[in-house]
Write a protein that binds this ligand. Structure first.
Ligand code: GDP
Ligand code: MG
Length: 178
């Protein structure tokens, strides 16, 4: 089911979904490489990166991250990405109500067609753009709560809450019996 292995070393497939331009690729690059490249290229199809983190209880979690693009036009292909994923991260841009609406579309899609027991996170990215904010943190939080999701606001630009996002997901993973 996209999560595997012994009790101390977990491996999980994680997919990112959300409107084009919300910062999915930048979140992944910030988490995996510690970088932010404002001129980064549009993702074509799907790209794959992995990153391992250690939790305080000495569990390690290896995230196999599928960064997708083109779901706007090729929504029919999306199930190929999220099939078998243990974790889905649905991203919107706090300056874009349209992207928040699109995030809600993806949540419904995952509820219908995703793996049972999938962990879902709702991420309001570009939190550094406070002066352009059009989606309140309250709205994001309430929607996430209603849908049993973990909610966080991030900035791939400043790195704010990026590691926390993945740590919180890691803590919520089901642990195989020791
Ligand atoms: P994707 O299509 O969802 O993968 O979005 P990208 O990661 O390619 O980012 C789209 C644009 O948003 C790029 O110009 C990024 O530089 C910018 N961007 C991404 N994350 C942030 C962020 O946290 N803050 C700001 N201000 N811009 C961001
Ligand atoms: Mg991208």
């Amino acid at each position: 089911n996209g999560s595997a292995n012994d009790s101390k070393n977990l491996r999980v497939k994680l997919v990112l979904l959300g409107d084009s331009g919300v910062g999915k690729s930048c979140i992944v690059l910030r988490f995996v490489r510690g970088q932010f490249d404002p001129t980064s290229k549009v993702t074509i199809g799907a790209s794959f990166l992995s990153q391992t983190i250690a939790l305080q209880d000495s569990t390690t979690v290896k995230f196999e991250i599928w960064d997708t693009a083109g779901q706007e036009r090729y929504a029919a292909l999306a199930p190929l990405y999220y099939r078998g994923a243990a974790v889905a991260v649905v991203v919107y841009d706090i300056t874009s109500p349209e992207s928040f609406a699109k995030a809600q579309y993806w949540v419904k899609e995952l509820q219908k067609h995703g793996s049972p027991g999938m962990i879902m996170a709702l991420v309001g990215n570009k939190a550094d753009l406070q002066e352009k904010r059009e989606v309140s943190a309250q709205d994001g939080m309430e929607y996430a709560e209603k849908n049993g999701m973990f909610f966080i606001e991030t900035s791939a630009k400043t790195a704010d809450n990026i590691n926390q996002l993945f740590e919180e997901i890691a803590k919520r993973l089901p642990r195989p019996p020791a």
